[in-house]
Every structure is written in structure tokens, then in C-alpha cells.
Design a protein around this ligand. Sequence first.
Ligand SMILES: [Zn+2]
Length: 164
Amino acid sequence: MEHLFAPWRMRYLRGESRTASNGGCLLCEIPEKGVSRDRLVLHRGSLCYVVMNAFPYTSGHLMVVPIAHGASLSDYPTDTLCEMTKLLKECEGIIQKVYQPGGFNMGINVGHAAGAGIAGHLHSHILPRWEGDTNFLTTVHETRVVPEDLRESYDRLLPFFQHL
Ligand SMILES: [Zn+2]
């Protein structure tokens, strides 16, 4: 297994920005304002929303998140999980158009032991991958580029989500 080196994620790993302003659940708070450049929300469906990962492994790292609070698949009705999958499909198509990656990682970590950053609220990751994107040059490039480019990436992706 290859590992992406993403040092800007240290802020995330140290626990910054992982709790909501009121001390509650961050993933419950994020969609309250609907589509929002501030909060990096690209789409709000009836049961799930799409948000950019603020501490991305690669440019175009998105998350599909149920609006209701729940920790695992078992906590949600099938309708919610269907919308989650439908939105993952839309994300795949949009990321393909915008970033032309060679592949994708998609997945869900359930629970702290499995590596979930926000273990209390289910969320699914989708991120584009390129051949050789774990190499040193790319990671150095990304450390410089990703933090500044988060809002720029948002502006590139948003028009596609507005057509959903
Ligand atoms: Zn929540």
C-alpha cells in the first residue's frame, strides 16, 4: 500500500477544526446554510450534501455526507444511502471532467479504530488519483498548492454541481 504524504493535514490530525463552533457535531453544522463557499458546500440534496475536504489528500478531495446525524450505515434508512451513492456517482463524473484523474479512491471509515476523523457522523470520501502522485515532487508541489487553492477548486467545481 502506498501512502500519500500530505503535511498540511497535521493541523487536522492535531484536532483543529474538527468540532463545530458550538462544540457540537461539525458535519451536522456544515450544511445548515446550504450551498456555501465559506463552508465549501458544493451541493445540498434532500438527504445528503457534498462538501470539499478542508484538509485534502489531493486537489478535488470531496466528501458525501448524510444531513442527519448517524455513526454507521445501520443508522440510516436505505433512501439516505441511495442518495449518498447517487451523489458519489455525480462527484465521480464531475471530478473526471474537472481534473481528468487516472483513477479514484472512494470509501467510508466507520469508527476511530478504522481511521474516521469525525467518527460520530458517517461520511464517504472520494478523491482523484494520478499515476505517480505519491512521489516526492508531487507532494512538495501539493504542500504549496493545496491550501491556497481550496476556494479556487471550489469555484471550478461549483458550476457542475449547480446542474444537478
Ligand atoms: Zn453529526
